[in-house]
Write a protein that binds this ligand. Structure first.
Ligand SMILES: Nc1ncnc2c1ncn2[C@@H]1O[C@H](COP(=O)(O)OP(=O)(O)OP(=O)(O)O)[C@@H](O)[C@H]1O
Ligand SMILES: [Mg+2]
Length: 248
């Protein structure tokens, strides 16, 4: 059974914009899916439906066969979303408190929360800033913190919306290696990006969106030659998909 199933999902905003138009998607546990598409093609709106931040105009989202609307808290623990704009996602005043926020809300014992926070900050390279005020962080550091906040919850499915934007080279490598490590541990990864060269080698599936629809869905090796038709940059030199990673 698919871990996540999206059926005939459409979303029309009050101003009449059709952001999603009959989207169907079935995600198996353990997949690593990259979603690409031009600006405004519906990628972010689609992610926001995955844990019920938006409610469909029509259609539905099922988590392990059950509509997410049945228990939104459960859906939000199972599916972690890392937004495009990290500022929206930072809730604590101090870096370590921000990461602790999610686990604390699960009522985990203090030592377990501390351990999770420490491990997670290390994983994203923010240990040294643990006691800093969050507003003092740079854009890239905020992105890492937003990633940490979601990772601390250890959600089964993790969806990243443009995780590499605003990160420096080291930041991209750190966040990407964290994502790949989570995938190896068995987490299901869904990643929206315009930068196929950074990550596509790790994906088993590439989805291309256009005007609120999924127009291609399949093996990255098969689809890579078609991406430019949909306004997505193909990495220079026609490199093979297997080399499309910033990890050494
Ligand atoms: N709150 C809103 N009200 C009205 N229209 C919206 C709203 N949010 C998004 N849209 C529209 O929905 C469509 C899909 O937007 P979405 O943010 O999903 O695009 P995207 O694929 O993530 O683009 P980008 O690559 O720029 O992040 C766009 O036409 C956008 O203008
Ligand atoms: Mg977007």
């Amino acid at each position: 059974m698919a871990i996540l199933e999206i059926q005939h999902l459409s979303h029309v905003f009050p101003n009449g914009t059709i952001a999603l138009d009959d989207v169907n998607l079935s995600v198996e546990s353990g997949e690593f899916i990259v979603i690409a598409g031009a600006n405004g093609s519906g990628k972010t709106v689609l992610l926001r439906h995955m844990n019920g931040l938006l409610s469909p105009t029509s259609g539905k989202v099922l988590l392990e066969g059950v509509p997410i609307t049945k228990d939104l808290n459960h859906a939000r623990r199972k599916i972690g979303l890392i937004f495009q704009n990290s500022d929206n996602q930072i809730v604590g005043q101090i870096v370590s408190e921000d990461v602790a926020f999610g686990p604390e809300n699960l009522n985990l014992p203090r030592e377990q929360v501390d351990k999770l926070v420490q491990e997670t900050l290390e994983a994203v390279g923010l240990s040294e800033l643990a006691s800093e005020q969050t507003y003092t962080l740079s854009g890239g550091q905020k992105k890492r913190l937003a990633v940490a906040g979601v990772l601390a919850m250890r959600p089964q499915i993790i969806a990243f919306d443009e995780p590499f934007v605003a990160l420096d080279y080291e930041g991209v490598v750190q966040v990407l290696s964290q994502i790949v490590a989570l995938h190896k541990k068995g987490h299901t990864i869904i990643l929206v990006t315009h930068d196929l060269d950074k990550v596509l080698a790790h994906a088993n599936r590439l989805i291309i969106m256009e005007k609120g629809r999924i127009v291609k869905d399949g093996d990255p090796g098969w689809l890579i030659d078609e991406v430019e038709k949909y306004g997505i940059k193909k990495p220079y030199g026609g490199r093979r998909v297997g080399t499309m990673t910033w990890l050494k």
